[in-house]
Design a protein around this ligand. Structure first.
Ligand SMILES: *Cc1c(COP(=O)(O)O)cnc(C)c1O
Length: 312
């Protein structure tokens, strides 16, 4: 089958990231295991550079640009982590960066992006089309547009997180992955298929923004209204074209998590693992680590049988 990325792309990305990205720790917790009724491994990408896995995809993509493209610089649109990832990667590679950010993005994320030396343009996420804005600015300034998820180098870079996980702990029965536009899960699903054949790949979306679940059920990409959720990194309206091509072949099921469960999980991770994890980063743990956190409705949803399957 011809998917947009292969395991060779993920492995090549790992080579480019070696010595630049953090090989983040994998934590275990007896308390989490007993809640889940399974042995859990937490791949701590909150401890990655800029605080999220997004550095992997951004640095991989920018390090593949030609010298000429690097001179013109990079532009992107993002609600936060991809913006910081592009800004830091551009700084490391000596490139100019222009970031289109929603005006209501968390102030710390806007400030952090600025601190890496990037130029910032704010837009209204409920009224303006960020992709069109990004494309027109890219054209006007001859900058290379690196979108947050729908790009093969970004997808392959994100997949290195799962590659490291499997290399550290061996094959797994299931891999829970937070899903926004699907960059992380598409790279990770390709890594899982190669390193842990038979591993179920379970995407986890906010309940208010289940565009990927709807898309899988419909068999084509579905576009929803901008979801209102605490998980600001997953406020996507539809999966990407490239990411969806991987998701429909490699992802077993999609689970959804309420904002309330995300808050409970943030508290739980802080109390038990001493980890500060942003709401979006709690999606996978919320679905996986505590049966009591799993929304009841998952048990009746034919493409989200997470309630039955995790503890087996
Ligand atoms: C971007 C992001 C996501 C979603 O990733 P996609 O590649 O868009 O699916 C999830 N969690 C965090 C912390 C993020 O920054």
């Amino acid at each position: 089958m011809n998917l947009p990325i292969s395991i060779a792309d993920v492995e090549a990305a790992a080579g480019r990231l070696a010595g630049v990205a953090v090989r983040t720790p994998v934590l275990t917790s007896p308390a989490a295991d007993s809640l889940a009724g399974a042995q859990l491994f937490f791949k701590c990408e909150n401890l990655q550079r800029i605080g999220a896995f997004k550095f992997r995809g951004a640095f991989n993509a920018l390090s593949r640009l030609s010298a000429e493209a690097r001179q013109h610089g990079v532009i992107t649109y993002s609600s936060g982590n991809h913006a910081q990832a592009i800004a830091l990667s551009a700084k490391l590679l000596g490139m100019p960066a222009l970031i289109v950010m929603p005006a209501d993005a968390p102030a710390v994320k806007i400030e952090a992006t600025r601190s890496h030396g990037a130029e910032i343009v704010l837009y209204d996420r409920y009224a303006q089309d960020r992709e069109a804005l990004g494309r027109s600015l890219a054209e006007a300034r001859q900058m290379t547009l690196i979108p947050p998820y729908d790009h093969t180098d970004v997808m392959a870079g994100q997949g290195t997180a799962a590659l490291e996980l499997f290399d550290a702990v061996g094959p797994l029965d299931a891999l829970f992955v937070c899903v926004g536009g699907g960059g992380l899960i598409s790279g990770c699903a390709v890594a899982a298929a190669a390193r842990s054949p038979g591993c179920r790949v379970i995407g986890v979306e906010p309940l208010a923004g289940d565009d990927v679940r709807q898309s899988l059920a419909r068999g084509e990409r579905v576009r929803i209204a901008v979801p209102q959720t605490l998980a600001d990194g997953a406020q996507t309206q539809s999966p990407g074209e490239l990411t969806f091509a991987v998701i429909r072949e490699r992802v077993s099921e999609i689970a959804t998590v309420s904002d309330e469960a995300l808050v409970q999980t943030m508290r739980w991770l802080a109390a038990h693992l001493k980890l500060v994890v942003e709401p979006t980063g709690c999606l996978a743990a919320a679905a996986a680590h505590a049966p009591r956190l799993r929304p009841q409705r998952l048990r009746r949803d034919p493409i989200s049988p997470v309630g039955e399957s995790v503890s087996s």
